[in-house]
Design a protein around this ligand. Structure first.
Ligand code: EPU
Length: 289
């Protein structure tokens, strides 16, 4: 690509870049150095009818065994992984690690992101899906974002342009390259204690040490997907090397020898059993590529 600023790899294995450590290669894996380079890549791909995806921390993605025949973009360069603190305002690149940011804010006595303790991923991914849980959601601290759309247009959006809901935002398939966040000044001892308490709570109730992609299904309107799956006795159900976690039933964990097909088979089985026995159609929270 003429004048492209960044790194391009062909037929690049994706497994090592995801939490599941599963799946095939990307036809192209591209790390652009700047917003303009990212916009250029997306515009070219769109022009040629090539599909594109963004890989953040790889925490919420299951790559199929035969890989992804398109462009995968990673925001892992300095332009996308920097953080700037200015009082209660924080500017963070779309590729900034969520837990690192949450920990750093807590350490500085800035409150608002403690609930991200134990949630893997990047700032861009967390905004797109309004990551969070019972103790708060990422959308709560967002003032505005800079996004690049799939044909390469750069836009600045304010909080009012976004439509944060349960695991959703108005971002759609645009890519967050920069986020402007507003936190609340608090006491450092208190914010750190909250961060640590929430982290410990997750370690108790979730299989954080195992290979997984966090919760697999969104919670349905009637409550917790984990509780439903557990309630119909599906903990431990396995297909090949993938199984429903015995710690938290909304996690599918894998062991050596697992493939993406095994995880997909567990997903399908859980879905059909929960639908048959509870009349609830579970929707995926993770992305399958
Ligand atoms: N429960 C069971 N069995 C299970 C799992 C849960 O009975 O196997 C029960 C729990 O005992 C509890 C209730 O279900 O009474 C809710 O469980 P939990 O507190 O774990 O919350 P959740 O709704 O299952 C949500 C988020 C998590 C987040 C937690 C904590 C979703 C899909 N999940 O889980 O997010 O960490 O709250 O804030 O919204 C993720 O998004 O990847 C994720 C793990």
């Amino acid at each position: 690509m003429n004048g492209f600023s960044g790194r391009v790899r062909n037929f690049a294995p994706l497994a090592g870049l995801t939490w599941y450590k599963l799946g095939g290669s990307a036809r192209w894996l591209i790390s652009p150095s700047t917003d303009a380079a990212l916009a250029g890549v997306l515009a070219r791909a769109a022009d040629r009818g090539i599909e594109s995806r963004v890989l953040g921390g790889g925490a919420n993605v299951l790559v199929r065994d035969d890989g992804f025949d398109g462009v995968v973009v990673r925001l892992d360069g300095p332009a996308f992984t920097a953080t700037r603190f200015d009082g209660e305002l924080v500017q963070a690149g779309g590729g900034v690690d969520l837990m690192r940011l949450s920990h750093e804010c807590s350490q500085r006595g800035l409150s608002g992101l403690e609930a991200m303790a134990g949630i893997p991923g990047t700032v861009g991914g967390a905004i797109r899906m309004n990551a969070g849980g019972r103790n708060g959601e990422f959308g709560g601290v967002v003032e505005g974002v800079r996004v690049v759309d799939r044909v390469g247009r750069v836009e600045e959006l304010t909080r009012d342009d976004l439509d944060f809901g349960y695991r959703s935002s108005g971002i759609g398939n645009r890519i967050v390259v920069l986020a402007r966040l507003r936190l609340t000044r608090s006491d450092r001892v208190r914010t750190l204690a909250t961060f640590r308490r929430l982290m410990a709570e997750k370690k108790r109730s979730q299989p954080l040490g195992a290979k997984s992609a966090g919760c697999v299904f969104k919670n349905p309107a009637c409550g917790s997907a984990g509780a439903l799956i557990d309630g119909v006795g599906l903990k431990g159900v396995a297909r090949g090397g993938a199984s429903v976690s015995r710690v938290h039933a909304n996690f599918i964990v894998t062991r050596r020898g697992a493939t993406s097909a095994h995880v997909l088979a567990v997903i399908e089985y859980v879905r059909s059993e929960v639908s048959r026995r509870c009349g609830v159609d579970l929707e995926l929270e993770i992305d399958v590529w």
